[in-house]
Design a protein around this ligand. Structure first.
Ligand code: OFO
Length: 171
């Protein structure tokens, strides 16, 4: 059985994962309408992953005798200056999510809930990967600068980064 404090912390994390999914969905849709199809594919898939993160929390809360709460979400940003703003936003958001996950882990230790602590380790590992991926992408974007042909290749290549990421998730 989850303590009230843990239940609250997990429900907050559930909301954050749902917000991440919406945020990346908004980015994907913008990229698609601007002709950045590779970027859009990458972000659609990232949005799906965040929904999976949310579902994993939802099922865990209910399984452990708590009640998962589905809340309204704020409307995410609709338009972006360009690809750089998108991936800067993504990296900053992932850093924020990592901090939030660390808070949940620390509450688990305070409450001596070692089962939930163990469950949260999956998220800790996932955040290391997601932050690393976002940093690699930002490095590429900074290398390209404002060069149009570079951006064209970036958009083409990022679709294959999605494929690599999916393959890693399956392993
Ligand atoms: Fe849920 O990992 Fe990104 O935010």
């Amino acid at each position: 059985m989850l303590s009230k404090k843990i239940e609250k912390a997990l429900n907050l994390q559930l909301k954050i994962e749902a917000e991440s999914s919406q945020f990346y969905l908004a980015m994907a849709s913008w990229a698609e309408t601007e002709g950045f199809n590779g970027t859009a594919e990458f972000l659609y898939s990232h949005s799906d992953e965040e929904r999976m993160h949310m579902m994993k929390l939802l099922r865990y809360i209910n399984e452990r005798g708590g009640k998962a709460v589905i809340t309204a979400l704020p409307q995410p940003q609709k338009s972006f200056k360009g690809i750089k703003e998108i991936f800067e936003g993504l990296l900053n958001h992932e850093i924020f999510v990592t901090n939030e996950i660390n808070k949940v882990v620390s509450i688990c230790l305070e409450e001596k809930d070692f089962t939930t602590h163990n469950f949260m380790q999956w998220y800790v590992a996932e955040q290391i990967e997601e932050e690393a991926l976002a940093r690699t992408i930002m490095d590429k974007i900074n290398l390209i600068g404002n060069e149009k042909s570079g951006m064209y290749m970036f958009d083409r290549d990022i679709a294959s980064m999605k494929a690599i990421q999916t393959a890693n998730d399956i392993q």
